[in-house]
Design a protein around this ligand. Structure first.
Ligand code: PMP
Length: 418
């Protein structure tokens, strides 16, 4: 039996700090907990409403019964084979993803264990298909932890001190049509999210992605659509790129909610053009664990839940409620909140001053029992991304908790000035 103190101490001493600061600032002593649906419970019986879904991973709630059952069934038969035989869950999931892919743009799927791997594979495919070196990405983006994914992540913080990474990577502002001139005959590909998470749930203006597609067609560059966060309903449409009708990507990167938050699973979906190019190699991609039976069984169950229950539609309707709540709160605190923006179940509250957000998010967690978090590397922005099928009364509660936490901050701020 370990005590809470021992666990916290061991964590601090031995585990890579990563997001450790977050635990410190919020639930400093919760070391054992369980999650069910949209609720998280610790061993003392305290509960929290999960309004973050860990950036979308738990988009269909925690431990969805259909996903858990699919994993259990697969565990009892064959959790993961060693590539001796064909893999049924993998082929079923690939077929399902191809069926629902935007504009029916996908020919093949490569499965891996994470969004980062999905991104690395996409970069390799773009380079090999075009025979070119240059990759374009966007300022303030985050695409993952691996060397390739870090190299194309616009958040400088993650690249500094480990460069040179990949040669020929350039960053352009997101949503600016004139910056798309950077895509030339030398460009292998552009990697971009349809709704930019790093900038805080930012949408591109209408016409931007059509112009991007057009520029890629003209130059032969590959359009890599990073749907790790936005994919499968998060933005109120099945795909983030569906906000730009008629635009088909060449490669789509997936992760997070793909397995229903139960198994690690990433996927790179690619077009016929890419498939033709890489088929010239006997083996282009392989992964020991990627696409294991259990992970793909989870994926198939999760994707079926999302499509059959129209969770994208539910996220769109919930987003109207949540957006209205958050905006109403923002109006009451114009000096503290700079902007509220978002779509579907992907929302960001940008503060004028990070001190306020650093007070507000732990307050929402500790006092109001609502799990939220600051954005990666942006403490002045709080992320709200509940499950796709969040109940509207829970969304209203999120708004109320935000309002109450802001009121506490204002009181504290006023008294500290006296
Ligand atoms: N792309 C995007 C847009 C992401 O948000 C993330 C993870 N936050 C990744 C890629 C990397 O995914 P993973 O952490 O599963 O490797």
């Amino acid at each position: 039996e370990r005590t809470i103190e021992q666990t916290v101490q061991r964590y601090q001493e031995h585990v890579d700090p990563g997001l450790g600061f977050y635990m410190q600032a919020t639930l400093g002593d919760v070391v054992e907990w369980e999650a069910h649906g949209n609720e998280v419970r610790d061993m003392r019986g305290q509960t929290w409403y999960d309004a973050l879904s860990f950036m979308g991973v738990f988009g269909i709630g925690h431990r969805h019964p259909k996903v858990v059952q699919a994993v259990r069934d697969q565990l009892d038969r064959m959790p993961m084979n060693a590539r001796y035989f064909f893999n049924k869950p993998q082929s079923d999931l690939a077929a399902r993803l191809i069926e629902i892919a935007p504009q029916r743009s996908v020919k093949n799927v490569f499965f891996s264990n994470s969004g980062s791997e999905a991104v690395d594979v996409a970069l390799k495919c773009a380079k090999f298909t075009t025979g070119r070196q240059e990759i374009i990405s966007t300022v303030e983006s985050y695409h993952g932890v691996t060397v390739g994914a870090v190299a194309v992540s616009g958040m400088r913080h993650f690249r500094e001190g480990i460069e040179p990474l990949l040669p020929g990577v350039r960053f352009i502002p997101f949503g600016d049509v004139s910056a798309l001139d950077a895509i030339t005959e030398k460009t292998a590909g552009i990697i971009i999210e349809p709704v930019h998470a790093g900038l805080g749930s930012k949408m591109a203006p209408p016409g931007y992605f059509a112009a991007l597609r057009e520029r890629c067609d003209r130059t032969g560059a590959i359009f890599i659509d990073d749907e790790v966060q936005t994919g499968l309903g998060r933005t109120g449409k099945l795909w983030g790129i569906d906000h730009h009708p008629g635009v088909a990507p060449d490669i789509i990167c997936m992760g997070k909610v793909l397995s229903g938050g139960v198994m690690p699973l990433g996927a790179t979906l690619y077009s016929e053009r890419v498939a033709d190019a890489i088929s010239k190699r006997l083996i282009f991609n392989t992964s020991t664990f990627g696409g294991g039976e259990m992970a793909c069984a989870a994926g198939l169950a999760a994707v079926n839940v999302i499509v059959e229950e129209d969770l994208a539609g539910q996220a769109a309707r919930g987003g109207e409620v949540l957006g209205a709540e958050l905006r109403a709160v923002a109006q009451r605190f114009p000096n503290i909140i700079k902007e509220v923006r978002g779509v579907g179940m992907m929302w960001t509250i940008e503060f004028s001053d990070w001190l306020a957000s650093f007070f507000v998010f732990p307050q929402m967690i500790r006092e109001h029992r609502i799990l939220v978090a600051p954005h990666l590397n942006r403490i002045d922005m709080i992320r709200i991304s509940p499950a796709l099928n969040a109940r509207h009364e829970d969304l209203v509660r999120v708004g109320q908790a935000l309002g109450a936490s802001l009121a506490s901050y204002r009181e504290l701020d006023a008294s500290s000035r006296e």
